[in-house]
Design a protein around this ligand. Structure first.
Ligand code: BGC
Length: 419
């Protein structure tokens, strides 16, 4: 009896395998895509890619990991790779691409890049981030600018305030707004948001050259300089301009505070514009955009890397995704929703709004005069250990009464220990 049952179950198992083998025959491109685009504007944007993928025969399995700035998504990625089960395609950017490449887990997408002529349509500075040992290992989606101030147009007008062009003007406007009972700065107390405000302030106060020395070269003299003390002084002021409930708030909820007039300003990358637009707000009318006081442009390029995976379906999915991502139509439609500008240089900009035009103009000028800089807060400038060490200090300072001098000392020590 037992023998019979065993035979039967072996037979069932064998036929199940035969069935499975037949069903793994090529079924078309497929991809499990890990990303952190879960806010209103972000979800609308990623839907553009999902649709193009489906329209081209692809089967998309969504793996969204909520959490602005992508820290939670990166933790989820590490767990999947360690378990030997990497997602097919992953939102990944900056030096983290190289770090994963060094672990031997990224696929080479040079064949698609060459067939599609990426070299001829991407600026060299962007292409450089997408290559590992000379091979293409990521596909760029956009150029986000980080050093923006967003404002509620009515709130500024009602209080007789113009968009600030210096930090003194910003502080004067903020003091006036606070006296009128309006939260000057919409902010969410999450480490990456603290870092976003910090780098915008640092760019303004250190200047582009000082920013490069501090956050690209990790130059100790600049990290310990009086100007860096002034950066933390301004951060202390910023802390005084946020509301009492800022702790832990998501960035898009901070954007909503500006939208509904509860707060006047937000310092945030232009994914915030994606939120304003998704809510039907009009730039120049409902909300205003300006670069933060000072020169320079902090760029943050979103991109996707393909992980080494088995299976023709997934590999075909990787090729198709890479091709679509850099495609002209996708780069236009996605970026109209996302708030960023295309990474490709040959996309017509006539449907883009005034903030996007300002971004494109400032990007080309800053590229020509050497002030186009990678965002440290959004993982474009430094490896994880170094950017993490800096952000820990920024957050510790923002959430305590630490003096600027102590913060600078802690910053220099943290960076030195992270090298
Ligand atoms: C990403 C954006 C994203 C933002 C908020 C940034 O680091 O580059 O694409 O919208 O984080 O999640």
């Amino acid at each position: 009896m037992g023998g019979l049952m065993m035979k039967k179950s072996v037979f069932t198992a064998v036929s199940a395998i035969a069935f499975a083998a037949a069903s793994v025959a090529y079924a078309g491109p497929s991809a499990e895509v890990l990303h952190w685009w879960t806010s209103g504007g972000e979800a609308k944007s990623v839907a553009v890619l999902q649709k193009e993928f489906a329209d081209n025969g692809g089967t998309w399995t969504d793996m969204p990991v909520a959490g602005g700035g992508g820290d939670a998504a990166m933790t989820a990625l590490r767990a999947r790779v360690l378990a030997g089960n990497a997602p097919t395609a992953v939102q990944l950017k900056g030096p983290a691409i190289q770090e994963w490449y060094e672990e031997g887990v990224l696929a080479d997408i040079s064949a698609v890049a060459e067939a599609e002529g990426w070299e001829g349509v991407l600026p060299a500075s962007i292409a450089g981030h997408m290559k590992c040992d000379g091979k293409w290992c990521a596909a760029p989606v956009n150029v986000h600018r980080v050093d923006w101030i967003w404002a509620n147009a009515d709130v500024l007008a009602a209080n007789g305030i113009a968009m600030p062009t210096t930090w003194d003007e910003f502080n004067a406007a903020a003091d006036k707004l606070a006296a009128a009972g309006i939260t000057p700065l919409a902010h969410g107390g999450q480490a990456w948001q603290d870092a976003t405000v910090f780098e915008a302030v640092a760019l303004g106060i250190l200047g582009p050259e000082g920013f490069h020395k501090a956050f690209v070269e990790l130059d100790m003299d600049t990290l310990k300089s009086d100007k860096m003390v002034a950066v933390f002084d301004q951060m202390r002021k910023m802390r005084g301009y946020v509301d009492a409930n800022f702790s832990g708030r998501d960035w898009n909820l901070a954007t909503a505070m500006v939208m509904n007039g509860e707060a006047a300003f937000q310092i945030m990358g232009d994914w915030a514009k994606g939120e304003f637009l998704a809510a039907g707000k009009v730039p120049g009318k409902d909300f205003l955009c300006a670069s933060v006081p000072g020169d320079g442009f902090l760029y943050n390029v979103d991109s996707f890397a393909m992980f080494k995976v088995d299976g023709d379906d997934k590999q075909a999915g990787q090729g198709l995704l890479a091709k679509l991502i850099v495609g002209q139509n996708f780069q236009k439609v996605f970026n109209l929703n996302k708030g960023s500008i295309p990474a490709r240089t040959d996309v017509a900009m006539d449907e883009f709004d005034s903030c996007a035009h300002l971004s494109a103009k400032d990007m080309s000028e800053s590229s020509a005069n050497g002030s186009l800089l990678p965002s440290y807060a959004h993982g474009m400038a430094l490896r994880g250990a170094q950017s993490g060490a800096i952000t820990d200090v920024v957050t510790a300072h923002f959430n305590s009464d630490m003096s600027s001098a102590d913060a600078v000392k802690m910053l220099a020590d943290a960076v030195a220990n992270s090298l």
